[in-house]
Ligand binder design. Structure first.
Ligand SMILES: [Zn+2]
Ligand SMILES: [Zn+2]
Length: 200
């Protein structure tokens, strides 16, 4: 992958509007090892793995960095039945807070007094604070946030279509596109008996 880190933004350059491209090679990296990716048997890096674009407004309040915007893209995983490719679309609103070491979540625009009160009871967690990432106080790295969006978008049981017929459990043919002469799957408890030849 690229030697420089394309998703790192120095805090001194903020506020800024930035556009980040996510190439297929990086999607390959992020999703490597997930069963629904590995099942595809795709090349590595996989030019068809997916990709996307994030448009973000970044600003700092002197302590935290806030990023808000939109991520659109797609990724490709294997159908849980036929292991054919399934394209998953991403269209996510992003709103995250980067916290320096030793800091708790904070909302923009609150006074230090309000901050102290909120920190004590912990009840005032606004929704926009829930997505938080650490940063070193000088530079934010947006890659973990983008990676999380792609990883979370992978469905538990992706289907290429609602009524995917899957693969024949005997010969492995894709029953969506072909037929085979295999008998219907039998109860596994009876499968052992099926191998027995009864002499005429
Ligand atoms: Zn399928
Ligand atoms: Zn078959």
């Amino acid at each position: 992958m690229a030697k420089e880190a394309p998703y790192i933004v120095p805090v001194r350059e903020l506020p800024a509007h930035r556009r980040f491209e996510v190439p297929a090679a990086l999607v390959t990296d992020w999703l490597r090892g997930l069963p629904m990716r590995d099942a595809l048997g795709a090349p590595d890096p996989d030019p068809q793995a997916g990709g996307g674009t994030a448009e973000l407004d970044l600003y700092a309040d002197g302590t935290h960095v806030f990023a808000a915007g939109q991520l659109s893209g797609h990724l490709v995983v294997a159908c849980g039945r036929c292991i054919g490719p399934v394209r998953i679309e991403l269209d996510e609103k992003l709103r995250v807070t980067f916290m320096p070491p030793g800091q708790g979540p904070v909302s923009p625009g609150r006074s230090p007094q309000e901050e102290e009160g909120a920190a004590d009871d912990g009840a005032e967690v606004r929704e926009e604070d829930l997505d938080t990432f650490p940063f070193d106080g000088e530079r934010v790295d947006l890659e973990p946030m983008l990676r999380e969006q792609f990883v979370l978008a992978v469905p538990f049981a992706p289907l290429c279509r609602e009524d995917c017929k899957g693969l024949c459990p005997q010969c492995g043919i894709d029953l969506n596109t072909g037929t085979c002469a295999c008998e219907k799957p039998v109860d596994p408890r009876l499968a052992a008996l099926k191998g027995l030849k009864i002499p005429p």
